[in-house]
Write a new protein. Structure first.
Length: 176
């Protein structure tokens, strides 16, 4: 009988997974490039993470977008804050963008999983490791691997901005 643990270790090494979990580190003076358009400055990852936190703070007082129940929306906001507290600066350093983390499909934000960023998929779980292209989400039964993709996604704040621009400046009928 084959030793299951040895076989599992062999399979893990074939997939080139990190032997240690990625650890949060402080910003360095090394320049990083986000999307190729301009280099990050020394404290850019921290500033970018702060921008994401501010975006989530604004979303926390907004009504949920279509398809999100109030409970699911609250979970998404809580997951976003927990993620950014632990991984925000590192995600910025690794080149993750708002759409990678907070992306949703513009027409079907709650159901088009192919366009969802990492945070809408966390659903109360925790990210346990990150690379430049993947994030591992720990579950009760194992690990889910999220791979960055930009399939027709907009960030949640772009979605909210578009929704607020579609609303009339004043409403007719019952006032609020």
């Amino acid at each position: 009988m084959t030793d299951y643990i040895a076989l599992l270790k062999e399979r893990i090494s074939e997939k080139h997974l990190p032997h240690e979990l990625t650890k949060r580190t402080k910003p360095t003076s090394v320049s990083f490039v986000s999307d190729g358009s301009r280099p990050f400055q020394k404290n850019a990852p921290a500033a970018l993470a702060r921008n994401w936190i501010e975006g989530l703070d604004r979303l926390s007082t907004a009504d949920p977008p279509g398809g999100f129940s109030p409970d699911r929306w609250r979970q998404l906001i809580d997951d976003g804050h927990a993620f950014l507290d632990r991984w925000g600066e590192q995600a910025a350093r690794l080149g993750w963008a708002a759409k990678d983390l907070f992306g949703v499909h513009p027409a079907a934000p709650a159901v088009r999983y192919d366009a969802m960023g990492l945070v809408p998929l966390i659903a109360g779980r925790r990210v346990i490791a990150m690379t430049a292209d993947t994030a591992l989400i720990g579950t009760r039964n194992g690990i889910l691997t999220y791979r960055r993709s930009r399939v027709n996604a907009v960030s949640l704040w772009e979605l909210r901005r578009a929704a607020s621009n579609d609303k009339p400046a004043h409403s007719h009928g019952i006032g609020r």
